[in-house]
Design a protein around this ligand. Structure first.
Ligand code: MN3
Length: 197
């Protein structure tokens, strides 16, 4: 399969005022699209094929460098768009709510750990909620790195590259992370991923 730019699962202005259509124009239409274009060139050069995006990420991890970076960024961004919802944010419900309480002690403890993880990622990267070894954990990854290749099941992700928030929040990454959790995070998607973990 070739990499493709997926349609956003909501209208471009549907996340306003928390994430602007302008941010999505650049972030989805330019940044993500550039990873698709470059990733397809490098996959063709390397003669690597796969049936789905996760398989391509696993097939390129040993290559490191631009090939893995562009393919993994396609996976990470697609996962990020699905981690957002116009009706998201706030307290979780369902199985993910109980599991967060079990593994972090409380929703507030999880919320602090997730925000601190994103703030503490020096430079570009991602902060994730993952399931690993039967437990939920907050992990961060640098640049294009993804817990998919570390044996963990991704549950949610927030992009903390500056391009994810600079147009809306300028340098205020902590405010962006708080807004992600309070206004946008898609707990239905988290529950779907937890069910597969
Ligand atoms: Mn990004």
């Amino acid at each position: 399969m070739a990499l493709e730019l997926p349609a956003l699962p909501y209208e471009k202005n549907a996340l306003e005022p928390h994430m602007s259509a302008n941010t999505l124009d650049f972030h989805h239409g330019k940044h993500h699209n550039a990873y698709v274009t470059k990733g397809n060139e490098l996959l063709a050069d390397a003669g690597i094929e796969g049936d789905d995006l996760e398989e391509l990420v696993r097939a390129t991890v040993s290559h490191k460098g631009p090939l893995f970076n562009n393919v993994a960024q396609c996976y990470n961004h697609t996962f990020f768009w699905n981690s957002l919802s116009p009706t998201g944010g706030g307290q979780p419900s369902g199985a993910i709510a109980a599991k967060i309480n079990e593994d972090f002690g409380s929703f507030d403890a999880f919320r602090s750990e997730f925000i601190n993880g994103g703030v503490g990622q020096f430079g570009s990267g991602w902060v994730w909620l993952v399931a690993a070894g039967g437990k939920l954990k907050v992990v961060k990854s640098a640049n294009a790195e993804t817990p998919l290749t570390e044996g963990a099941t991704p549950i949610l992700v927030c992009d903390v590259w500056e391009h994810a928030y600079y147009l809306d929040f300028q340098n205020r990454r902590p405010d962006f992370l708080a807004s992600f959790l309070d206004n946008l995070v898609n707990w239905d998607f988290a529950n779907q991923n937890l069910a597969k973990a």
